[in-house]
Write a protein that binds this ligand. Structure first.
Ligand code: ADP
Ligand code: MG
Length: 285
């Protein structure tokens, strides 16, 4: 069960002098109960890919499959995507519009057959899940909040619909250490409940913290895709995609020129140090 993009092509303003081909044949699947991180240099098409995957921009070529069934293209066929896929935009202010935080979050429930009380309860629950006390925040204007708070309100507005697939565009940007850990823990809980999550990031730390798989987009195509270890350990591939490899991978690479028995990948700096330590002890003995 998953949300898949098959050979997806997308061009902004096709057939005009300002046409810009952004996605050039993307194949990617987000599976239920997993977290996939999407990386790539600025301007490579990450945000566009999310808009297409959420059914907001129709691809010119290729298909979207929800649990193996094609969707997207006509208005009706879009409905299942809109219903099951939640998207958090890169700029939270683009996603907020109502007079109050409560109204903004509750907007996601407008089509659900719920009583006003149920709507209030679900809205409050969703705000709590992103660490916002409803009694404090509900009456405020979302535009009077800090950017970090706005992003959390926008996320509450997405989560209130209980999407099966969650697409998050740089959700960690601007969060401090505590905010980052809280969001990571929320996403892990959602994964545990079977939600399939794709998040865009520029930080290895966030990939390490959360991802099961990673994908790297470069010039509108997926250059790397696979288990986190495989992608983060592919130093040459990352460099080709214009990304700086994780420091521990770079360290092992440099030492491998001299000590070829070292592995190319370690889960973290501590493990890299252990591998080097074992090697050094062998050399001393
Ligand atoms: P990323 O999120 O990886 O930084 P984007 O998907 O935002 O990349 O943008 C990919 C390319 O498409 C960029 O060159 C950007 O300038 C261009 N682009 C984005 N949005 C539009 C738009 N609405 N109209 C025309 N070009 C756009
Ligand atoms: Mg972007």
């Amino acid at each position: 069960m998953g949300l898949a993009l098959r050979d997806v092509h997308f061009t902004y303003h096709p057939g005009t002098p300002i046409a810009r081909e952004v996605l050039r044949g993307v194949d990617l699947e987000i599976r239920e109960g997993e977290i996939l991180s999407l990386l790539g240099p600025s301007g490579c098409g990450k945000s566009t890919l999310l808009l297409v995957a959420a059914g907001l921009l129709p691809p010119q070529r290729g298909t979207l499959l929800l649990d193996g069934k094609p969707c997207g293209g006509t208005q009706t066929a879009h409905a299942p995507l809109r219903e099951r896929v939640g998207l958090l935009l890169q700029s939270p202010e683009d996603q907020l519009f109502a007079d109050t935080v409560e109204a903004d979050v509750a907007f996601g429930l407008r089509r659900a057959a719920l009583s006003p009380r149920e709507v209030r309860e679900k809205t409050a629950e969703s705000l709590r899940s992103v660490g916002m006390e409803p009694s404090l925040y509900s009456p405020l204007s979302p535009f009077a909040l800090s950017r970090g708070e706005m992003r959390r309100v926008a996320l509450a507005g997405v989560l209130v619909r209980e999407p099966r697939f969650l697409l998050l565009d740089e959700p960690f940007s601007g969060l401090d250490g505590e905010g980052r850990e809280k969001l990571a823990s929320l996403l892990r809980d959602l994964r545990g409940n079977g939600t399939g999550i794709l998040f865009v990031t520029h930080e290895w730390e966030e990939v390490d913290l959360l991802a099961d798989r990673a994908a790297v987009l470069f010039e509108g195509r997926l250059l790397l895709e696979g288990e986190k270890k495989k992608v983060l350990g592919d130093r040459e591939g990352l460099l080709r995609a214009g990304l700086e490899p994780p420091p521990r991978v770079e360290l092992l690479h440099r030492l491998r020129a001299r000590y070829p028995s070292l592995p190319p990948y370690a889960d973290d700096a501590r493990e890299a140090a252990e591998k080097v330590d074992i090697l050094m002890r062998g050399c001393a003995g």
